[in-house]
Design a protein around this ligand. Structure first.
Ligand code: TNX
Length: 673
C-alpha cells in the first residue's frame, strides 16, 4: 500500500443525461496528480444522489452502501500510477440527476488501517450545460418607482398614510404596559441581531423619534394599528406579539426609506391597520440531514419574525441523525448526532470522514424557544416516528424485534429504519422521550412524523406479524409477510394505504397520540398519519405535502390541515429546472413567482376551508450542502410564503412583492454574483 503524502488527489464527477437513445451515465474520475503511485485504497463518496443497489457499476465494485454513502473498491491489485485517472461509470441511480449539487460533494480514500485521506471535490458537471453554477440568493433590485412608496412585507390589510417626512434618525420606544415593555425589549434585540449597525433603535440624544406603545382592548392577538404624525408614532396592540408586528412594520418602512430613498419614504400622517389572514404561518427546518448551530437557529428566528411568521416546526430526528439531548437515553446523541468514517452513521449528504454533526442541549433548546417566543413564534419539535428512525435504532437497538429477519428499504435507501410498533419497549422509550420534550416546548404541540413508512416495514418481524394478525386478520398478515426483502418505492415513497404496514402504523399512532393528549398536547403528523383514521381529529393536525388535492380530501374528512405541498412549498426544490440551479427536483420546481401566486386552498369547498390551519414552507436539508445554497433556495421564497399567509388574497400583488423583497434579510447574507 502506498498513499502519496501530497494531497494532489482530486475527484471529478460528470453527469451525462440520456441522449440519442443512449442511457444516462454518472462518471467519477479519481485523478492522481501527485508523483507517487497509489494502491490499497477504496473510494468513499456521499452527496444527495444515490447509487442504486440494482445498478451497473463499471470500473469498480460497490463494497458498502448506506443511502447516499457509497464505497467503491478498485479491481484486485489495482495501482493508480502518478498522473493517472481511475474512472468509475455508474449506470444505475435511484433517480436521475437534474442539478449541480446532485452528485458527490464529499469524497475520501479509506485505507485498510482505518485512516482516511480527504479529496478535493468539484461540483458535478454535466455534458449538457456549461453555465456558471448558481449559489447565493438571487438579487431582486429595488426599482426607482416601485408600485407602492412604503417597503412592507407582508403587505398590511389597510395602508392609509398621507404626507411624507424627513427620515427619522431612529426610534426610541416608550412603553408602560408589561406586554408593551416586553415587546420593546424583544424588538430591540431583534434589530440588534439583524441590523446591528443601522441604529434603528437609538436615544433622543441621537435624534430618535418617539414611538408610543399603547395597549388597547379589542384588537386580535396578532393585530396592530399604527398612527403617524410629524412628531411621533403610536402603536396600538393588545398583546406583545401585536406590538412586535407593529414595530416590525415601522422598522421595515424606515429601512426601505433609508436604504432606497429614491424609491420609498417615511410617512408623516395617516394610519396602518393590520392583522393576518391565517393563524399558522410556518417554517419547517430539517436539522437532521445537516446540522445548524444554535446561533444559526436564533438568527433564523429573527428572520421569521421580520416576515411575521409565527410557527417553527423543528425536525429534530431522521434516519441521518438525532439532534436533541434526552436525559434518559444519552446514546441518542452520543451515537445518533455524529457521522464519520467508521461510525455507526457514515458520512452522508456531503459530510466529511472526520466526526461531524452536533445536537441541541436542553439549555440551547430553552434559549431558542424563549428567544422565538419573544417574537410570537411558537416552536414545535418533530420526532419522526415510526419511520425515518435509522439513527435512533443505532442508539437504541431494542426498538427492533430481535428476531426480525430480512430487510426492507426506505425511499431514501435506509434499511430497516422503522421502530417496531408491536413492542412494549417502543412505547416505553417513546413516551419517555416525549415526556422530556413536553417539558421543553411550552406550545404543547408535538409533531410525530409518520411519513414514508416503507410498504415492507416489519414484514420480517414475528412480533409485528403476530400483532397484525390480531389487528387485521390472517390474510393481511400473510400478505404482509410476503413483502419481506421485496424492494418497493423505486418511484418515490410507497403509498401504504390499506397495507399491513398501514395497520401497524395506525395503531401505533393512535396510542402515541392518546399519550400526548393525556399530557395536554396536540399531535402533529405528516399526511400519512391519517391512514386508518385512528388519530383524534380534534387533538391533531396534519401537514399535507403530496399535493393540494390530498390536502382538500383530508380537510373534507375532518382533519385540520397545514398546507405545504412539495411542488411549491418545499424550499429544497430547485427554483428552476436548469442544471446550474441547486436543489432537488423530485416534487418539481417552484420559482418565487410560482410560490407567491400559488393558492393554497385552490379548489377547496367552504366546508374544507374551515379545516385550514394555515400554511408552511418546508426546508429539507439534503440539498443544503453549503450555506450559499441555503440562501439561494430559501430567499426570497420564504417571504413569498409569508405574504401568502398574512395578506388577503385580493391584496396580493407579485409586482409589488418583487419590487420590495430586495429589502428583506437573508440568513447568511450570501448573494449570487
Ligand atoms: C420527503 S415529504 C420527506 C423527507 C425528505 C423530503 C425531501 C416528507 C414528509 N418526507 O424525508 O427530506 O422529501 O424533499
Amino acid at each position: 500500500m502506498s498513499i502519496p503524502r501530497s494531497l494532489a488527489l482530486r475527484l471529478e464527477t460528470t453527469w451525462n443525461p440520456p441522449a440519442d437513445g443512449k442511457e444516462f451515465s454518472y462518471v467519477l474520475r479519481l485523478k492522481n496528480l501527485s508523483s507517487e503511485q497509489l494502491s490499497g485504497f477504496s473510494l468513499c463518496v456521499s452527496g444527495p444522489g444515490r447509487v442504486d443497489p440494482a445498478g451497473i457499476v463499471e470500473g469498480a465494485t460497490v463494497s458498502k452502501r448506506l443511502s447516499n454513502f457509497t464505497e467503491f473498491q478498485p479491481p484486485d491489485g489495482f495501482v493508480l500510477a502518478a498522473g493517472d485517472t481511475w474512472t468509475i461509470t455508474v449506470r444505475a441511480l435511484s433517480w436521475q440527476f437534474r442539478h449541480w449539487n446532485d452528485g458527490a460533494n464529499s469524497a475520501y480514500l479509506a485505507l485498510p488501517d482505518g485512516t482516511t485521506v480527504s479529496l478535493g471535490t468539484e461540483p458535478t458537471r454535466t455534458s449538457s450545460s456549461n453555465a456558471p453554477l448558481k449559489r447565493g440568493a438571487e438579487i431582486y433590485p429595488v426599482p426607482a418607482n416601485p408600485p407602492v412608496p412604503l417597503s412592507i412585507i407582508p403587505w398590511p390589510n389597510r395602508v392609509a398614510v398621507s404626507s411624507r417626512r424627513p427620515l427619522p434618525a431612529g426610534f426610541v420606544l416608550k412603553a408602560i404596559a408589561p406586554e408593551a415593555q416586553a415587546a420593546a425589549a424583544s424588538f430591540t434585540a431583534l434589530v440588534e441581531h439583524l441590523f446591528s449597525a443601522e441604529g434603528l433603535i437609538r436615544s433622543e440624544a441621537e435624534g430618535a423619534v418617539p414611538v408610543d406603545l399603547h395597549q388597547v382592548e379589542g384588537l386580535g392577538a396578532e393585530a396592530y394599528r399604527l398612527a403617524f404624525s410629524p412628531e411621533a408614532i403610536t402603536v396600538e396592540a393588545s398583546t406583545q406579539t401585536g406590538f412586535v408586528y407593529g414595530l416590525v412594520t415601522i422598522g421595515q418602512i424606515w429601512r426601505g426609506a433609508r436604504l432606497h430613498p429614491q424609491a420609498f419614504y417615511f410617512p408623516a400622517g395617516g394610519e396602518i391597520v393590520d392583522e393576518p389572514a391565517m393563524g399558522w404561518r410556518g417554517l419547517h427546518l430539517d436539522v437532521a440531514r445537516q446540522f445548524y448551530g444554535t446561533a444559526e437557529i436564533k438568527k433564523l428566528m429573527a428572520v421569521l419574525a421580520w416576515n411575521k411568521l409565527n410557527r417553527f416546526h423543528w425536525h429534530l430526528s431522521d434516519d441521518e441523525s438525532w439532534r436533541v439531548e434526552i436525559d434518559a437515553y444519552p446514546a441518542l446523541t452520543e451515537i445518533g448526532a455524529w457521522r464519520g468514517h467508521g461510525l455507526p452513521l457514515p458520512p452522508l449528504l456531503g459530510s466529511s470522514p472526520a466526526r461531524t454533526g452536533g445536537y441541541y442541549t436542553k439549555a440551547a433548546v430553552r434559549d431558542i424557544v424563549s428567544y422565538a417566543g419573544g417574537f410570537g413564534i411558537e416552536v414545535l419539535p418533530e420526532i419522526d416516528i415510526p419511520g425515518h428512525c435509522y439513527a435512533m435504532l443505532q442508539a437504541i437497538p431494542e426498538l427492533r424485534d430481535p428476531n426480525e429477519a430480512g430487510s426492507y428499504y426506505s425511499v431514501q435507501g435506509f434499511p430497516d429504519n422503522c421502530i417496531n410498533p408491536a413492542r412494549e419497549k417502543t412505547y416505553e422509550v417513546i413516551e419517555t422521550i416525549l415526556s422530556e420534550l413536553i417539558e421543553l416546548f411550552p406550545f404543547k404541540t408535538i409533531h410525530i412524523g409518520a411519513d414514508e413508512v416503507p410498504l415492507g416495514a416489519w414484514s420480517g418481524s414475528p412480533e409485528a406479524l403476530a400483532r397484525l394478525r390480531e389487528l387485521a386478520g390472517d390474510e393481511i398478515a400473510q400478505a404482509h409477510a410476503k413483502r419481506l426483502n421485496v424492494i418497493t418505492n423505486t418511484h418515490g415513497a410507497d403509498d401504504i394505504h390499506g397495507s399491513g404496514a398501514a395497520f401497524l402504523q395506525a395503531e401505533f399512532l393512535e396510542r402515541i397520540q392518546a399519550f400526548l393528549a393525556s399530557k395536554g398536547c396536540v399531535t402533529g403528523g405528516w399526511e400519512e398519519a391519517a391512514h386508518g383514521d385512528r388519530i383524534d381529529k380534534d387533538k391533531s393536525y396534519l401537514c399535507s405535502w403530496r399535493n393540494v388535492e390530498v390536502a382538500a380530501e383530508l380537510a373534507g374528512r375532518g382533519y385540520e390541515i397545514v398546507v405545504c405541498p412539495g411542488q411549491v412549498y418545499y424550499l429544497d426544490m430547485a427554483m428552476r429546472p436548469d442544471w446550474d440551479e441547486p436543489g432537488a427536483s423530485w416534487a418539481g420546481h417552484s420559482d418565487p413567482e410560482k410560490l407567491y401566486t400559488f393558492d393554497p386552498v385552490g379548489g377547496w369547498t367552504d366546508a374544507q376551508k374551515e379545516k385550514l390551519r394555515g400554511i408552511q414552507a418546508c426546508i429539507w436539508s439534503e440539498s443544503m450542502t453549503d450555506r450559499a445554497i441555503f440562501d439561494r433556495l430559501v430567499f426570497p421564497r420564504l417571504s413569498a410564503l409569508a405574504e401568502t399567509g398574512w395578506t388577503k388574497p385580493s391584496a396580493k400583488s407579485w409586482e409589488r412583492f418583487k419590487a420590495l423583497v430586495g429589502t428583506m434579510p437573508l440568513l447568511y447574507g450570501l448573494y449570487q454574483f
